[in-house]
Design a protein around this ligand. Structure first.
Ligand SMILES: *Cc1c(COP(=O)(O)O)cnc(C)c1O
Length: 377
């Protein structure tokens, strides 16, 4: 179905096709070419990340993270239930167990107190998910990790160009993962990156990404032949993808400031409704600088969630909700039939409505969305 106001509209800087065409003309379009190097260098310098490896998706970067840390059968990994399936799949496919915990109702980010309560002698890692581009409480999470000798993989799929204190999301844990999927702020259709913040993990990461070979070291001249040295897979995007991505990464500031305008306009427009108790607005803690990845409101009841989404869709405005909490999904139940209730996750996912937010959403369009929401509530 075509909506007059779509949920998301990809931004184009105008340079993407030119870069793709340069890559084609140059000839070699396999992974880790000149455009991939430029994307990695841009992300490393602009965001203070030790090592960036581009990947075909954030899903792939999450899978790699679990492989790099050697997490497998008998191990537990703590994560929010309120997340995309890829966070959990990476753990399950390695034979390890995802342990789903509740979120903080203000940010819908993993609640550090719930992490503490879920730690057992089998816990190996924590995967905080930075929902909406707003950082988790990384001070508390890193302290818990240090105390318990646990690894931290930040699922920063939604957190590119967002900050916690002065650090970029993705640069804080041992590893971090980015998404450049079509629906994210900066996109090349399908794409991602692995952020490596612990030097000692770089070599293993490069080997796993190159099908279990030491090809990267060979190309760097540190070994004289290349061969199979470990388990691995193919986690390199093509140079065409990297070329397109560079056109997006160069526009990071423009994209973010346009999204910020949309976000702030919603916040101002809905302030009265929030004060009247008709909805709960999102909040950004003082320690965080958001990239305004998404805008959501919480309505008082599940009936209103369904009603509001239908009403907006009927009016040509595409609004959606997410996530079906993973612990209550068919796969989550199959994995653990004795899962305890997660009250904040369950309540919020039934009341959350996401509204369109993207560069190019006009003031008139936003006024229409606001008017429809207010009329319904
Ligand atoms: C989008 C998203 C992913 C998956 O990203 P892909 O690049 O599509 O694999 C993973 N985790 C979260 C929290 C996401 O929002």
């Amino acid at each position: 179905m075509d909506y007059a106001i779509p949920f998301n509209k990809p931004f184009r800087s105008g340079n993407e096709l030119d870069y793709v065409s340069q890559a084609v003309t140059a000839g070699d379009i396999s992974g880790d070419g000149e455009f991939a190097k430029q994307c990695s260098a841009l992300l490393e310098t602009q965001f203070g990340i030790k090592k960036i490896l581009l990947t075909p998706s954030c899903t792939a970067a999450l899978e790699m993270s679990i492989m790099i840390l050697g997490i497998g059968a008998g191990d537990e990994v703590i994560m929010p239930s309120f997340t995309f399936v890829s966070t959990a799949n990476a753990v399950v496919r390695a034979g390890a167990t995802p342990v789903f915990v509740d979120v903080d109702c203000r940010t819908l980010n993993i609640d550090p107190a719930c992490i503490r309560a879920a730690i057992t002698e089998r816990t190996r890692a924590i995967i905080p998910v930075h929902y909406a581009g707003v950082g988790c409480d990384m001070d508390a999470i890193m302290e818990i990790a240090t105390q318990g000798n646990l690894k931290v993989i930040e699922d920063a799929a939604q957190g590119v160009n967002a900050f916690h204190h002065s650090q970029t999301l993705g640069a804080i844990g041992d590893l971090g993962t980015y998404s450049f999927h079509q629906t994210k702020n900066f996109s090349c259709g399908e794409g991602g990156a692995l952020c490596i913040n612990d030097d000692t993990l770089i070599e293993r990461a490069e080997i796993i990404r190159e099908k279990g070979t030491n090809r990267s070291q060979f190309l760097q001249g540190t070994v004289d032949k290349y061969t199979w040295v470990d388990v691995g897979s193919s986690y390199l995007p093509s140079e065409l993808t990297a070329a397109f991505l560079l056109g997006q990464l160069e526009a990071v500031d423009t994209i973010t400031s346009q999204r910020r305008e949309c976000y702030q306009r919603y916040m101002q427009s809905f302030q009265g409704s929030a004060e009247a108790g008709k909805m709960t607005l999102p909040s950004i803690p003082d320690a965080c600088r958001s990239n305004y990845h998404l805008f959501h409101i919480l309505v008082p009841t599940p009936q209103q969630q369904q009603g509001l989404i239908s009403r907006l869709n009927e009016q040509g405005i595409h609004a959606v909700f997410h996530y079906v909490p993973l612990h209550s999904s068919p796969m989550g139940i199959a994995l653990n039939s004795e899962q305890a209730a997660l009250p904040v996750t369950e309540s919020c996912s039934e009341r959350l409505v996401r509204l369109p937010i993207y560069p190019g959403l006009t003031t008139e369009q936003q006024d229409r969305i606001v008017a429809e929401v207010q009329a319904f509530l």
